[in-house]
Design a protein. Structure first.
Length: 224
């Protein structure tokens, strides 16, 4: 969620100061982290450019003109900012490329644990996906009906029970009877090592892997 009013002004001020410090110390990694933080806070490209990057570069220019830093310091700050701008463009392009891509999330019937599923929902929403959360213990016919009506590009299924692999494969079979346009991201402690990734199906060992897995599903579908 984006910032508003005084909170936004303070966020911009703090990020602007941190970015200026990164430039003056020649720390490219720190500069990138500031911009990633700004993107995570849903600041717009004009806000990042006008309120964070440009003021820092003006400060660098003034310090060089007063002889407080060298021309090498000024050049380094400029080159760091050029690389950061490229990062910003790529990150924005990637998020926009996900806009409109639906991800349906569910734990099939018998599965009551869904904290990880909520974490996945948060990550996918922040990455730009449209998330349809069905929650835990979803009957297979209900799951298949929802997929058929909403036509998601990605279906994320989580399971922790000992027979999870068979349960998930049955869920996929039921979904595909009514909607064959989705790829699948599976996760959960109950998934057997025998269940391996294949075209159109990704298996995540960690919640943090879900965005990359969903992106791989979308990319493969776009190539077909």
């Amino acid at each position: 969620m984006g910032c508003r009013g005084e909170d936004q002004e303070q966020v911009l001020a703090d990020l602007g100061q941190a970015y200026a410090r990164a430039l003056l110390s020649g720390d490219e990694i720190a500069a990138e982290l500031v911009i990633r933080d700004a993107l995570d806070k849903r600041l717009s490209t004009p806000q990042i450019d006008d309120e964070i990057i440009a003021p820092a570069l003006w400060l660098v220019g003034r310090l060089w003109a007063r002889g407080e830093i060298s021309i090498a310091d000024e050049h380094l700050a400029t080159n760091i900012s050029l690389r950061v701008l490229a990062l910003q463009r790529e990150a924005t392009r990637t998020v926009r490329g996900r806009e409109g891509s639906k991800a349906l999330l569910a734990a099939p019937e018998g599965e009551m644990h869904f904290v990880a599923l909520q974490m996945i929902s948060n990550l996918l929403r922040d990455a730009g996906y449209t998330v349809l959360m069905l929650g835990p213990d979803v009957p297979l016919d209900t799951l298949a009906d929802a997929a058929g009506r909403h036509e998601p590009r990605v279906v994320c299924l989580s399971a922790t029970m000992p027979d999870a692999s068979d349960r998930l494969m049955l869920a996929i079979h039921e979904i595909e009877r009514g909607w064959a346009g989705a790829g699948y991201v599976l996760g959960g402690a109950g998934i057997s090592p025998r269940l391996r990734p294949r075209p159109g199906l990704q298996v995540c060992k960690r919640v943090s892997e879900v965005v990359d897995a969903a992106d791989a599903i979308i990319k493969r579908a776009d190539l077909n």
